[in-house]
Design a protein around this ligand. Sequence first.
Ligand code: G3H
Ligand code: 13P
Ligand code: ZN
Length: 332
Amino acid sequence: MVSFKELGLVNTREMFAKAIKGGYAIPAFNFNNMEQLQAIIQAAAELRSPVILQVSKGARNYANQTLLRYMAQGAVEYAKELGWENPQIVLHLDHGDSFELCKSCVDFGFSSVMIDASSLPYEDNIALTKQVVDYAHKYDVTVEAELGVLAGVEEEVASEVSHYTKPEEVVDFATRTGCDSLAISIGTSHGAYKFKPEQCTRDPKTGRLVPPPLAFDVLKGVEEQLPGFPIVLHGSSSVPQEYVDMINKYGGKMPDAVGIPEEQLRLASKSAVCKINIDSDSRLAMTAAVRKDLYENPGHFDPRQYLKPARDEMKKMYIHKIVEVLGSDGKA
Ligand code: G3H
Ligand code: 13P
Ligand code: ZN
């Protein structure tokens, strides 16, 4: 058993309470490799922004859970080396799908876990979430749960339509499970193709897809039912069109990739939404920069030559999110 406290990590409790009071949101960035982690930590340390490092199922399969945990431990030390005396870094399991997996993360030093039982029937979601909460709380590890289903591919659960969270269920769910935060469905979804072209309109000037707005009425309903309770938004990449254009220009093919407009996330950050999940935008920044570098420099063969601009581009993107969208700079 390793406590996250020994690793210099923090849980989300105090962080979320401050974020809700302060009207900003904490960035939750997924990481799968060293360059992403370096970019996240450099951005957070320079801006003194609390940050959540997320480990998904895909990341565990790709990089190995043990290695990722040690990397996060290293990230705390790296942050201190960068001059951040008291780093506010959470190591979070993203979309945990079983009690055993959540337990293994709690036992191994994660400071926060998500149990995503949102695809199960309501009562089963409550039972599994409560089981995880009861275990995690013994070790002061905070637990995120989910109610409602996001459209698109929610991990391996394919769902054509989004089932918005029902505000009338949230009090019962939060009370009976004891969860510390709740991911809700208000129209966001995972990946770089969040909406089908037929769900969008087109901007006549640019020809770009304009997605339908998020269901802010559902968010408001949830806030009214659970005042001051920490709310989480998954699937919150904006899919910056400059990266899509770069990818397409330098040999990629991403037609009609579209995300959540930043103005809407900015608005959400000021509400009880205190954790915003971003993964795809990092993938896009990295891919765009690597493609550009290799296109312009056909002789490059040392990965450091093309991964350095990729890391710089990701850092720029993380800084933009923290300062211009979430408002978490200077909060740690
Ligand atoms: O929630 C989805 C995240 O973007 C992680 O995706 O399992 O492919 O790493 P992944
Ligand atoms: P995006 O695919 O929009 O980046 O969402 C990431 C996410 O929700 C991770 O849990
Ligand atoms: Zn997610």
